[in-house]
Design a protein around this ligand. Structure first.
Ligand code: 8YV
Length: 313
């Protein structure tokens, strides 16, 4: 018997082919010319959803339309695109893709840190513009040496960033909901931690609880030599406050991989020469994305074969 899966947006072939090979039928929501008519026809038989943060939200309205829904499999570790509490209240399993992207995302954070503090991308543009023969690139005002690191959100990615930063000899602090059994200094308050460090790396999950946690007050506490790196979610940072802090040099610089309204990035932010801006590439290598796709697929296959999802949230 075929199992009907609703896919909310395009996914890697690993997901589509794997589900197809297992005899499941994929219904492509984003391709439907008339979403309502499409849902009216297929809704009663949908037992699984494959989705991602980059797709349409899986909200109570959608969940309520699918009476046979058993599992929502998310491509990505962050799953605030799914109303997981509501899904749980209806007995629906939600899965994500932890671990497989931890190293890649932590590497991206370290890359952003180096690019920002040592102006590496600006220096490269300088060479490519043919300016080196006229004069050496100006010395950077800052160095990574003697910088203290504060990590906002000490989950898997946050810990992997801390371990990398230890190899850079950076003293490490962290801020999150709870103190953890780790050798790093804990701060319950983000403002206090920002006052205490020179680099603030945001690696917390998105959603209402963390929205705009990095606000004008935190940026002011970080101070004129401070650097903000964000590899978590754009929603963690009040973008307007950040742009003002960058423009007024209330902080030294920012390195960002995530934005509030992706893929749109405000023109004023792009105009900031003290910002390094990446297009959400934290997990974007073929090996890592393929591992995420396999896990997204295997959570669905495991559930329908054995009643067991691999990585339920
Ligand atoms: C992906 C991510 O860019 O895992 C996450 O939470 O943000 C990234 O790995 C995203 O899931 C792709 O849609």
């Amino acid at each position: 018997m075929t199992i009907d899966i609703l896919m909310t947006g395009p996914m890697m072939a690993i997901v589509e082919d794997g589900l197809g090979a297992a005899g499941h039928t994929i219904h492509r929501l984003w391709q439907a010319p008339d979403r309502e008519a499409f849902l009216a026809e297929i809704a009663p038989k949908i037992r699984g959803i494959a989705t991602s943060y980059a797709h349409a939200r899986v909200d109570p309205a959608l969940i309520d339309r699918l009476p046979a829904l058993e599992i929502i499999s998310n491509f990505g570790v962050g799953y605030e695109n799914i109303d997981a509490a509501y899904a749980k209240s209806r007995g629906i399993v939600v899965t994500n893709t932890p671990d497989v992207l931890t190293d890649e995302t932590a590497d991206t954070a370290m890359g952003l840190l180096l690019m920002t503090v040592r102006e590496l991308s600006r220096a490269e543009r300088y060479l490519r513009a043919g300016r080196w023969p006229q004069a050496p690139y100006p010395l950077t005002p800052a160095s990574l040496t003697d910088r203290r690191l504060g990590i906002y959100g000490l989950g898997r990615v946050g810990k992997a960033i801390a371990r990398r930063a230890e190899a850079f000899n950076m003293p490490i602090a962290y801020c999150g909901r709870t103190r953890q059994d780790v050798p790093w200094r804990y701060h319950a308050s983000l403002v206090e931690m920002a006052r205490d460090v020179d680099v603030l790396v945001a690696a917390a999950p998105g959603g209402a609880a963390t929205r705009h946690a990095v606000d004008a007050e935190v940026l002011e506490a970080l101070g004129p030599t401070g650097i903000l790196v964000n590899v978590g979610r754009g929603s963690l940072v009040d973008t307007e406050a950040l742009i003002e802090a960058l423009e007024s040099r209330a902080i030294l610089a920012a390195g960002l991989d995530v934005y509030e309204d992706e893929p749109r990035v405000p023109e004023r932010l792009i105009a900031c020469d003290n910002a390094v801006l990446l297009p959400h590439v934290g997990s974007a290598s073929i090996p890592t994305r393929e591992a995420m796709a396999r896990l997204t697929r295997d959570n669905l296959l495991g559930w329908f074969r054995e009643g067991r999802a691999l990585t339920a949230v």
